[in-house]
Design a protein around this ligand. Structure first.
Ligand code: ADP
Ligand code: MG
Length: 322
């Protein structure tokens, strides 16, 4: 295997059957273009009946799964790629499973000393058996308002609702259960939202510049993310250097505590006192034109393709070391 990414054959996995199929295809296309500009051979493939046959025939040097949602991010595809013996960009199956579940990721980073909003994780079945009214009352008594209700697994803010008044909670639960069978009901963290990308090229995890997210009107939902103009991004983020350092440190600690590899993006909210509140981490962060990871990477001044090629190279050499 060569010492330089130049000439490596990369297979990008994009698409998949999830609510975020479109986002994955757009992300995959962008990464493919950037890698081709760097002289890598790139092929993009969907997750379908031809994939394993293609892998056997083409024998790429590295596979980069850019799949969002279940299968792509829950460790399943990583397990399968693992048994084919190909080297992969990103977190292995075990780490992916932990990061994919927001409640499990929250308790893991909390054990490592990070702050994360108080929450209750509620499977729909239990909700029904105990009676919606009694459960919601107990939650409101304990957590108060405002709350954020979201699927325990998922992405792109699908099924996420802010609850400011009590009467909004039942509807928020219904919207959430449309996207998954377990709800995470969390106290709302108030402050500045940051997406912090972390990259590890084999010499330890490092945070890229934090990207501040601010929506022009309304919540940072699916539309606000993928329609240019609905969200504003600030790099550098408009926070003090000390608060930014604490947030970067939290993202790196989350990356380590969760056992992540090569790249991740932690979403957190920094309150007025400077405490970063961990919301979740993404092992396959979006790579579209409005996504936070490429924005952060561009802010380093290094061409995007050069960073992506270095990530591919790190994955290739991880494997040859293993
Ligand atoms: N506890 C919370 N407090 C404040 N805002 C939140 C909270 N949880 C989620 N949000 C908002 O909802 C968005 C989506 O939630 P997140 O946990 O990042 O899920 P995902 O991005 O996987 O859909 C966040 O980017 C943030 O704007
Ligand atoms: Mg998020």
């Amino acid at each position: 295997m060569s010492d330089h990414a130049d000439g490596l054959q990369v297979l990008i996995l994009a698409g998949g059957l999830s609510h975020e199929r479109d986002v994955s295809i757009r992300s995959g296309r962008r990464v493919a273009e950037a890698l081709r500009d760097q002289g890598l051979g790139v092929h993009v493939h969907d997750v379908d009946g031809e994939l394993l046959g293609y892998l056997r025939e083409a024998r790429p040097d590295v596979v980069w799964p850019i799949l969002h949602g279940a299968i792509g991010e829950d460790g399943a595809i990583r397990d399968l790629l693992g048994i084919t013996g190909v080297s992969c960009v990103g977190t292995n199956a075990a780490g992916s499973r932990v990061a994919w579940s927001k409640p499990i990721a929250k308790s893991t980073v909390a054990r490592a000393g990070l702050a994360t909003p108080q929450s209750v994780t509620l499977p729909q079945e239990l909700f029904r058996e105990l009676g919606a009214k009694a459960v919601l009352r107990a939650i409101l008594d304990r957590l108060g308002l405002p709350l954020v209700v979201k699927p325990a697994t998922g992405g792109s803010a699908l099924g996420v609702t802010r609850v400011i008044e009590k009467h909004q909670l039942p509807h928020a639960m219904v919207s959430c259960f449309a996207y998954g069978d377990t709800a995470l009901i969390e106290q709302e963290a108030i402050g500045t939202e940051l997406g912090i990308s972390v990259v590890d090229l084999g010499d330890g995890p490092r945070a890229l510049p934090p990207v501040e997210v601010s929506t022009v009107d309304g919540p940072y939902d699916y539309d606000a993310r993928y329609n240019p103009g609905r969200s504003e991004y600030f790099v550098p983020a408009r926070l003090s250097p000390a608060h930014l350092r604490a947030a970067e440190d939290a993202a790196v600690r989350a990356h380590v505590a969760l056992g992540l590899r090569h790249l991740s993006r932690t979403d957190l909210i920094v309150d007025d006192a400077g405490t970063p509140w961990f919301l979740e981490v993404n092992t396959a962060p979006g790579m579209t034109e409005t996504s936070l990871f490429p924005l952060a990477a561009q802010a380093t001044g290094r061409p995007l393709g050069a960073l992506y090629a270095a990530i591919v190279q790190a994955a290739a050499s991880d494997y040859s070391r293993a």
